[in-house]
Design a protein around this ligand. Structure first.
Ligand SMILES: *[C@@H]1O[C@H](CO)[C@@H](O)[C@H](O)[C@H]1NC(C)=O
Ligand SMILES: *[C@@H]1O[C@H](CO)[C@@H](O)[C@H](O)[C@H]1NC(C)=O
Ligand SMILES: *[C@@H]1O[C@H](CO)[C@@H](O)[C@H](O)[C@H]1NC(C)=O
Ligand SMILES: *[C@@H]1O[C@H](CO)[C@@H](O)[C@H](O)[C@H]1NC(C)=O
Length: 366
């Protein structure tokens, strides 16, 4: 009878010491600090050496790495004795790896304290590890190629410096999502993770958002960012494939294309809609080189025609021959993004060159 009460009591005792810090993962705790106050109060954290009964009776002491004296050399410094250590955390030097050891200096346990600067010295809560996307004001951008439950999230960092990052489902999130270990791109500025919803319900209406938390650690600094979304709002299909052009009758040409292969959901349940661009050949290249110029100039130069199509073919009048064609796709019913443009195709022109030749020839005879 006395046992359960004792268990609850000791759990409470255990919970109290780190209340000023919260657990991020095994052996790692985060202390939230407001750096803006003149007299920074900091937080007092009591660390417990979580070790066996036998070891508790040995002469336990705590050590912490310090590079205080010589900036480029690290050494372990004794910071206390006993199974408990009271640490006052005010600034980054107070954070780090606190290791408890026995008399023989064997490691019994360690606790890493990280600092989350919730307000910095200037009174703002700007982040240093994670970079806000200038356009969207968001830290994390997620995209799905389809409704299958797979999606990709990415985020930027201002400069690389050996971060540790992981993405988890937000606490209380009702959708079961699993994300891979984030990978840094070769330019070392964008991280990407591939996520998968387990037990995805394809034909049901999405009523709960996917809610994710990105945890970022660099040295003793911790930051997080959250995102929540419906898959239907982040769908961006791959471009349509196999665009081809063929003459239909003497007066028309036909464009054909396929759904992107990655749109691996039933086309009848998840139809796409398409947009076809018809442009003078050569315009595309010129426009690409002027990409960074003002929008006004771009618009005035562009003389493309756009056609909205629900199916996977489009019949055009013959006068459209000899141009460049591209097609893009979007989920027909969701309010999500257009795909990138497909590989553009130029049509084989048969009529005009012949006429040109004959007119030159007739000129020659004159
Ligand atoms: C903390 O220090 C202990 C003892 O040196 C070591 O075993 C442990 O791997 C360190 N942990 C981290 C996360 O640095
Ligand atoms: C989550 O994904 C990892 C690999 O990315 C896999 O090893 C693990 O089994 C997955 N977890 C679940 C619950 O599916
Ligand atoms: C993100 O950081 C804030 C501030 O430290 C913290 O209160 C919050 O719990 C963290 N979010 C998650 C999901 O851990
Ligand atoms: C589309 O083209 C690819 C090669 O680019 C080919 O492998 C694929 O079979 C084509 N798809 C169809 C449906 O013809």
């Amino acid at each position: 009878m006395a046992r359960p009460a004792f268990v609850v009591f000791s759990l409470l005792l255990f919970a109290i010491p780190l209340e000023a810090a919260w657990i991020l993962k095994k052996n790692t705790y985060v202390v939230d600090i407001d750096m803006s106050r003149q007299e920074r109060l900091g937080q007092t954290v009591i660390l417990k050496c979580d070790t066996t009964e036998e070891q508790i009776n040995t002469n336990i002491h705590w050590e912490k790495k310090s590079n205080h004296h010589k900036p480029n050399s690290e050494s372990w410094v004794k910071v206390g004795h006993g199974t408990e250590l009271r640490v006052h955390v005010k600034d980054f030097p107070d954070a780090g790896n606190y290791t408890c050891r026995n008399q023989k200096r064997e490691v019994l346990h360690y606790i890493v304290l990280l600092i989350n600067e919730i307000v910095d010295v200037r009174g703002t809560n700007s982040k240093q590890i994670l970079k806000e996307h200038p356009g969207t004001k968001k830290f994390i951008n997620c995209e799905a190629k389809t409704y299958s439950g797979d999606f990709t999230c990415s985020w930027q960092i201002p400069k690389e410096g050996h971060e540790e990052m992981f993405v988890l489902q937000a606490e209380g999130g009702l959708r079961n999502v699993n994300c891979s270990h984030p990978a840094l791109d070769p330019d070392r500025s964008v991280y990407t993770t591939n996520c998968q919803e387990l037990g995805v319900c394809l034909h049901g209406e999405e009523s709960q958002r996917v809610a994710l938390v990105l945890h970022a650690i660099r040295g003793k600094r911790y930051e997080n960012a959250t995102t929540a979304f419906f898959i239907r709002n982040i769908v961006k299909p791959d471009p349509p494939q196999n665009l081809s052009i063929s003459p239909s009758t003497e007066r028309s040409i036909v464009l054909h294309w396929h759904y992107p292969e990655s749109w691996n959901t039933q086309h009848t349940f998840f139809p796409l809609t398409f947009k076809v661009k018809v442009e003078e050949t050569g315009k595309t290249q010129r426009k690409n080189t002027h990409n960074h110029q003002s929008g006004r100039r771009k618009r005035s130069k562009e003389r493309a025609q756009y056609y909205d199509v629900e199916g996977t073919s489009l019949t055009l009048e013959q006068w459209n021959a000899g141009k460049t064609y591209c097609v893009q796709a979007r989920d027909r019913y969701g309010a999500s993004s257009w795909s990138d443009w497909s590989t553009c195709k130029h049509s084989m022109h048969q009529e005009k060159p012949r006429r040109l030749k004959s007119s030159l020839a007739s000129k020659g005879t004159w």
